[in-house]
Design a binder for this molecule. Structure first.
Ligand SMILES: [Zn+2]
Length: 303
């Protein structure tokens, strides 16, 4: 049974450590009610709590808690003596003390500056089993320890605030309240959003830097681009273009083959040779020449 209780206690502690960054050493702020319960159940909180937390624990109270417990008369004399063994954290109500419940409520839910307590027991190590780490300059966050039901109800409304009380002789670390659970859920969702947002940015940067293709291929293409067009190849292509423009005008290889004239402007000559005289015109021209020759020949014969 005790192991099960310890595991439950540990589970709740780890929840607050994970979601709300609670760290050891744990600072417990106890009021007169929890001191009275400890006395009644014969529980030594200084001995027991480090075992439950499995870590270093420091026990505190405030002047307001002491004043209130003392004002309640001889019934709480023993509880006052227990409280006096704890470290006294100077609350900001030194001029006029307020109720212990209000004082405790004002001290939790925030990070407080560490201070040197004037308590006579301040030099005594709080957890003899586990040595306390030397973090004297770290801010203090208090875990309230109270048997006051009304105060606990109010403290449950403060998100991320753990609660400690005695269930009979056994210290009980209350499971996270609904408000705390909702805040923890929101926090984890926001963390996920940040992660996805960062991932999107990284992907975008990768795309911009390397594109969709793998890195080595991209490098290869870049090198080709930097090399640029080969000036020699460009010149060659221009020459080809000029030849291509001339050849169609010269009606391809037939004319090239017919052109036997050495040198000169082949293009111009080819165009002239393309003019062909039809056969019937040639025949008529031939007969016309013959007639002319005959006419020239007959007068000579008459003479
Ligand atoms: Zn106070």
């Amino acid at each position: 049974m005790k192991i099960k209780r310890h595991k439950k206690f540990q589970k709740n502690v780890k929840y607050f450590m994970k979601h709300f960054d609670w760290k050891a050493p744990f600072h417990i702020l106890a009021d007169g009610t929890v001191a009275k319960a400890a006395l009644d159940n014969k529980v030594n909180l200084r001995d027991q709590l480090p075992k439950y937390f499995d870590n270093a624990v420091k026990l505190y109270t405030t002047p307001c808690c002491l004043v209130e417990a003392e004002s309640l008369g001889p019934e709480l004399y023993g509880a006052v003596q227990v409280l006096k063994t704890f470290l006294v954290y100077k609350c900001p109500h030194s001029e006029e003390s307020i109720s212990a419940a209000h004082c405790v409520k004002s001290m939790v839910g925030q990070k407080l500056a560490p201070q040197k307590s004037k308590s006579s027991n301040s030099e005594v190590p709080e957890s003899p089993d586990v040595p306390a780490p030397s973090r004297s300059n770290d801010p203090i966050r208090f875990i309230p320890a109270t048997q006051d039901h009304y105060l606990r109800k109010q403290l449950r409304q403060l998100p991320g605030t753990p609660l400690l009380y005695l269930n009979g002789p056994a210290p009980h670390f209350e499971r996270p309240s609904l408000v705390t659970q909702e805040v923890a859920k929101d926090k984890s969702v926001k963390k996920l959003e940040v992660i996805t947002y960062q991932k999107e940015i990284l992907d975008r940067m990768k795309d911009e830097a390397f594109g969709d293709s793998p890195l080595p291929e991209r490098k290869g293409t870049k090198k080709r681009k930097r090399a640029g067009p080969n000036p020699l190849s460009v010149k060659k292509s221009k020459k080809k273009k000029t030849v291509l423009t001339l050849i169609p005008g010269a009606s391809t290889s037939q004319n090239i083959g017919n052109n036997n004239s050495p040198g000169g402007d082949r293009g111009v000559k080819k165009k002239r040779r393309r003019v062909r005289i039809p056969k019937h015109v040639k025949q008529e021209l031939a007969t016309f020449k013959r007639q002319q020759q005959q006419q020239q020949a007959t007068p000579k014969a008459v003479e």
